[in-house]
Design a protein around this ligand. Structure first.
Ligand code: PBG
Length: 327
């Protein structure tokens, strides 16, 4: 071979490979999702998500401490209420599950950054992400419900709110109510580009939030579309989103890439429950090496253009980054 160009030269040693890495990651960019339930003494493993748990409020502080100790600095809280109704009214009550979780969490582990998922589907009796009009999810009637839920989270101590419902105009509605109440500094991370995805299956079991009829295709996006994702992201930025998210992550790396090239705000990606479950299941069968696959999959999301990653593997990834295995 005569060529002077030998790409292998830069792969010769680990030191050199680490020097010339194109993708750099930091544990500061990881967000760990957690599920909070009513009751006492509950730390119950979620069947389709081995290694992930439902926590009652008394068990939450220990779990949060473990997160902080792992080097992850931020959590995303999901609440599963005792009572559900048509409108999802336990989402915005002062003594709601998320509101009390924030109070308990911030008191016990104040060094963590608390983000809350703002949506109605865990709180409505029909499992849809908004108020119904017949069998249709009524966009405009849902907006004030989302806005007051977000406000109640922030009042209870949320550092950031993350609407995941996919109603049009919700970022604007939330920004407005937060500003009117003096919460000018509280950022909104919008689940801007959220697809109607079968990868949410395990989450819906965990959050008891599967729709009682129909599906979410009239509000979540059609997975055939990528340009539409850019439209959604740009709209949310215009409405005041401080970060935009693409979700799921692995099957949407092209969308992460395109969105990250179009917006000037940080782009987050959510590696969802089904992605976690697939890796976990194959690992438990001994078919793949879990740690290696987790590292490779997470790196691909950053390489695609995400700067922030929500993942059920956050604690493990923080360790891998610390060890220099990735990042
Ligand atoms: C609530 C919500 C969902 C997820 C995050 N927020 C479920 C859904 O839209 O059905 C999915 C997260 C995951 O699968 O890990 N709307």
């Amino acid at each position: 071979m005569n060529s002077k160009k030998r790409p292998r030269r830069l792969r010769g040693t680990e030191t050199l490979r680490n020097m010339v890495r194109e993708t750099r990651m930091d544990k500061a960019s990881l967000i760990y999702p957690m599920f909070v339930v009513e009751g006492k003494g509950i730390r119950r493993e979620i069947p389709s998500m081995p290694g992930q748990y439902h926590y009652s409020l008394d068990m939450l502080p220990a779990a949060l401490e473990e997160v902080a100790k792992s080097g992850v600095s931020s959590v995303m809280l999901f609440g599963i209420p005792e009572k559900k109704d048509e409108l999802g009214s336990s989402a915005w009550v002062e003594d709601g599950i998320i509101q009390r979780a924030l109070e308990a969490g911030k008191k016990a582990v104040p060094e963590l950054y608390y983000i809350t998922d703002v949506c109605m589907c865990e709180y409505t009796s029909h499992g849809h992400c908004g108020a119904l009009c017949g069998r249709h999810v009524d966009n405009d009637r849902t907006l004030p419900l989302l806005a007051k839920t977000a406000l109640s989270h922030v009042r209870a101590g949320a550092d950031m709110v993350a609407p995941s419902d996919m109603m049009d105009g919700r970022v604007e509605a939330i920004r407005q109510i937060l500003d009117e109440n003096g919460y000018l500094e509280t950022p909104i991370m919008s689940y801007a580009v959220k697809y109607a995805s079968a990868f949410y299956g395990p989450f819906r079991e965990a959050a008891d939030s599967a729709p009682a009829f129909g599906d979410r295709k009239t509000y979540q996006m059609d997975y055939h579309n990528a340009k539409e994702g850019i439209k959604e992201a740009l709209l949310d930025v215009e409405e005041g989103a401080d970060l935009v998210m693409v979700k799921p992550a692995l099957s949407y790396l092209d969308v992460i890439r395109r969105v990250s090239e179009q917006v000037c705000v940080p782009v987050a990606a959510y590696s969802v429950s089904g992605e976690y479950a697939m890796i976990k299941a194959a690992a438990m069968k001994g078919w793949i090496d879990e740690a290696s696959v987790v590292c490779e999959a997470a790196t691909s999301v950053y390489r695609a253009g995400a700067g922030v990653l929500l993942t059920y593997y956050a604690k493990e990834l923080a360790r891998f980054m610390e060890e220099g295995r990735i990042g």
